[in-house]
Design a protein around this ligand. Structure first.
Ligand SMILES: *Cc1c(COP(=O)(O)O)cnc(C)c1O
Length: 343
């Protein structure tokens, strides 16, 4: 078996069915041993809890090939922990963190011919998902679940360089105060779809959501955390009064890189929409793009333009982006435990 014959640079970001997936089922109060299977379909009852009361959470991470030919993933322990937190909030059983890592290793290894080669810019996207398969009709947690991990190769996020995007301040809310905004649950995305389709129709790449209670503080976008650089070169990272920002692993890694590798000052604090016009640079961070530069925010017709402009990434965000992707690709020495080799 050799690498699959794919045009790696042009596969885009959509589902391509690969050969193997990992499945473990929860029944009678415990997870079974789990196995690698070729069956990409799921058969479940019409009364499964996930279909009615949206008991589902997921994760997203990537495997890729480093320059010296190793297949690695980036901080999968944090995905394992975050999925435990998501499951707890949704009254789902927790999939043990060590078993999560073991399952990631097994499914990536089984599909190693699908891991894009170094230099292609493409990666193998890994999607762990957990959902209620048990029957429920009255509203309550189900008693049976499935944990599954499948993988799909995805193309480079930025083809021909990262171009700044334009985002809008949304009139919709992403997450209620003290609701489920801080966990990775599909339900948060279901309610963001109308908002993102509307934003796209209006010509914007993303929605910036404000805090739902007062609509004065910056929270995040539909699927990425936000970072700013202020006029002193400080990295400013929005915090939520109501715990409704998803704890992005990319954002936490950027904060660490800024403080400990680049020697930058970092402020994690509440950020008012009205102060954003004083900032110099803005970026969106998440696993898929690492950092997407933002050139402009449209606030109900009023434009907030960042000094970095619409042609390229601002200099500070570029430095963060290059350092973090350098760590991921093995060009910059990684902090202990960040790079997890699949052997
Ligand atoms: C997944 C996600 C992010 C990004 O998290 P990463 O761990 O960096 O990929 C940000 N915001 C939301 C709402 C998300 O679901």
């Amino acid at each position: 078996m050799g690498k699959k014959e794919l045009d790696w640079a042009n596969i885009g970001f959509s589902y391509i069915k690969t050969d193997y997936r990992y499945v473990s089922n929860y029944k009678d109060g415990k997870w079974d041993d789990g196995e690698i299977t070729t069956d990409a379909n799921i058969v479940m009852s019409e009364d499964a809890g996930v279909l009615h009361y949206a008991q589902e959470c997921f994760e997203g991470l990537k495997a890729y090939t480093t320059e010296d030919g190793k297949i690695v993933t980036f901080r999968p322990d944090l995905n394992a922990k975050r999925m435990v937190d998501s499951a707890a909030r949704l009254e789902m059983p927790q999939f043990p963190e060590d078993r999560f890592i073991d399952a990631v290793e097994k499914v990536v290894k089984a599909n190693q011919d699908w891991v894009p080669p170094f230099g292609s810019g493409a990666t193998l996207y890994i999607r762990p998902v957990m959902f209620a398969t048990g029957n429920v009709i009255g509203v309550k947690p189900a008693d049976e679940y499935q944990f599954r991990i499948f993988v799909t190769p995805v193309g480079p996020y930025f083809k021909g360089g990262a171009k700044p995007i334009v985002v809008k301040i949304s009139d919709f809310d992403r997450a209620a105060p003290h609701g489920t905004g801080n966990i990775k649950a599909g339900l948060n995305y279901a309610m963001s779809l109308h908002a993102i389709v509307t934003a796209h129709e209006e010509g914007f790449a993303e929605n910036v959501y404000l805090d739902a209670a007062t609509r004065t503080y910056i929270e995040e976008t539909g699927g990425a955390n936000i970072i700013f650089v202020d006029e002193n070169g400080t990295l400013v990272v929005p915090k939520s009064h109501s715990d409704s920002i998803l704890p992005s692993i990319t954002r936490r890694s950027i904060v660490y890189v800024a403080e400990n590798i680049l020697g930058m000052k970092v402020e994690e604090r509440y950020v008012k929409l009205e102060e954003v016009s004083s900032f110099k640079e803005m970026g969106l961070c998440g696993t898929a793009a690492v950092i997407s530069p933002v050139g402009k925010i449209n606030d109900h017709g009023k434009e907030i333009c960042f000094a970095s402009g619409m042609d390229e990434m601002g200099p500070t965000i570029k430095k963060l982006y290059e350092t973090l992707t350098g760590i991921q690709m093995g060009k910059v020495e990684a902090p202990a435990g960040w790079i997890h080799e699949i052997k």
